[in-house]
Design a protein around this ligand. Structure first.
Ligand SMILES: C[S@@+](CC[C@H](N)C(=O)[O-])C[C@H]1O[C@@H](n2cnc3c(N)ncnc32)[C@H](O)[C@@H]1O
Length: 220
């Protein structure tokens, strides 16, 4: 991947002024987004895997090419790692064909989160690596914490880890978690590898500071 990525440029220099209002509103409502057919089909692979061999799951939401999913699978051989990305183009760039303990789903994250919750399945870890930052202030509701599906992520629980090259995104996510009653930590990701994902590699090689939020959410 190229090493000349520009740092995030935003018309928002601090936490979004409507952050609290938007988060509180979403925390009081239940997200009922319609689930398109291809998501049910993708989710069927998770059910089939777990029926064949029940084991704890780890989510790699917004996994892009799934490089991180493969790395996580090596780190956790006794888990099923589920990488989710809506882009068939990105997933087609996954470099490995032999998959033992992971799946790559072409699906919408919120749809898969909904189906996991429906079936009472909770991840041990939930990674969200370098989601699109949506840096324009007007796009707050497209960020993970500003989206109506944020309560689904909270309900799933697990060890949540979000990474970004935009410090404000991580701090906003931390505030949103705090408003939801979860206390975590904002950290710097080390300047040297190993890289967990392709975007991490690109941003590191471009000299960006990388940020991380971690919290252990005990789900109900
Ligand atoms: C900036 S890329 C990061 C990819 C990867 N995690 C990495 O670090 O290399 C963000 C990814 O999120 C995916 N994405 C955005 N919204 C999504 C959604 N609602 N459901 C699933 N994937 C989504 C995009 O297709 C894209 O591949």
């Amino acid at each position: 991947m190229q090493a000349n990525s520009r740092t995030v440029n935003s018309n928002q220099q601090y936490l979004h002024p409507k952050l609290t209002q938007v988060i509180r509103r979403h925390l009081q409502t239940t997200h009922r987004g319609e689930i398109a057919a291809h998501n049910f089909q993708a989710y069927g692979h998770v059910s089939a895997e777990l029926n064949a061999r029940p084991r704890p799951i780890i989510l790699d939401s917004f996994c892009g090419t799934g490089h991180s999913t493969a790395i996580l699978a090596e780190r956790h051989p006794d888990h099923l790692i589920v990488g989710i990305d809506k882009s068939a183009r990105r997933l087609a760039k996954h470099p490995y064909s032999l998959r033992t303990n992971y799946l790559l789903l072409q699906a919408d994250c919120a749809a898969i989160w909904t189906l996991l919750l429906r079936d009472g399945l909770r991840p041990r870890h939930h990674y969200m690596l370098y989601p699109n930052p949506w840096p324009k202030a007007a796009h707050l509701q497209r960020r993970i914490h500003g989206h109506p599906s944020f309560p689904l992520l909270l309900a799933l629980g697990g060890m949540v880890e979000l990474r970004s090259n935009w410090q404000i995104y991580i701090e906003e996510f931390g505030c949103a978690m705090h408003l939801a009653g979860h206390r975590g930590r904002v950290l710097r990701v080390a300047d040297t590898g190993p890289d967990l994902s392709l975007f991490e590699q690109k941003y590191r090689n471009s000299g960006h500071q990388l940020w991380c939020y971690v919290a252990n959410i005990i789900s109900e």
